[in-house]
Design a protein around this ligand. Structure first.
Ligand code: AMP
Ligand code: ZN
Length: 117
């Protein structure tokens, strides 16, 4: 699987940078965000290094589906499924992306505003 030496999420996936892992399987990991923006703020990170969502192609259909199923299960585990949660993908700079290894935010535990900033 593609690894990027200078990518912080690749380093976390490899175990070379500490992170609070809350879930992992063969295709993705989930960690606690280091700067949480809500009482629950997890990052669901595919193991494969893809810089942005623009790198997704049809070979990633199953991976993308796995992310949302993981989000659903994690929300249930955290007890936030019923009250509600938000799954966010920031793509490229104007989309708010700062780490260029594709990932999904799972945010919950407070009311989410709309539209997002
Ligand atoms: P984004 O702005 O969508 O690219 O999200 C990047 C997220 O990664 C931000 O919410 C950061 O707080 C988070 N983050 C950056 N470095 C780490 C790290 N070492 N461990 C956990 N979360 C991190
Ligand atoms: Zn990476």
């Amino acid at each position: 699987m593609t690894r990027m030496r200078d990518c912080i999420f690749c380093r976390i996936i490899e175990g070379n940078l500490p992170a609070s892992r809350v879930y992992e399987d063969e295709t993705l990991i989930a960690i606690e965000d280091v700067h949480p923006q809500a009482p629950t703020h997890l990052l669901i990170i595919p193991r494969q290094h893809l810089a942005t969502a623009q790198d997704f192609d049809s070979s990633h259909r199953q991976l993308i589906g796995s992310v949302f199923l993981a989000a659903k299960r994690l929300a249930e585990e955290r007890g936030v499924a019923e009250q509600g949660y938000r799954v966010v993908l920031n793509c490229n700079r104007a989309g708010g992306q700062t780490v260029f290894h594709v990932h999904f935010h799972l945010l919950a535990g407070r009311p989410m505003r709309w539209p997002p900033g």
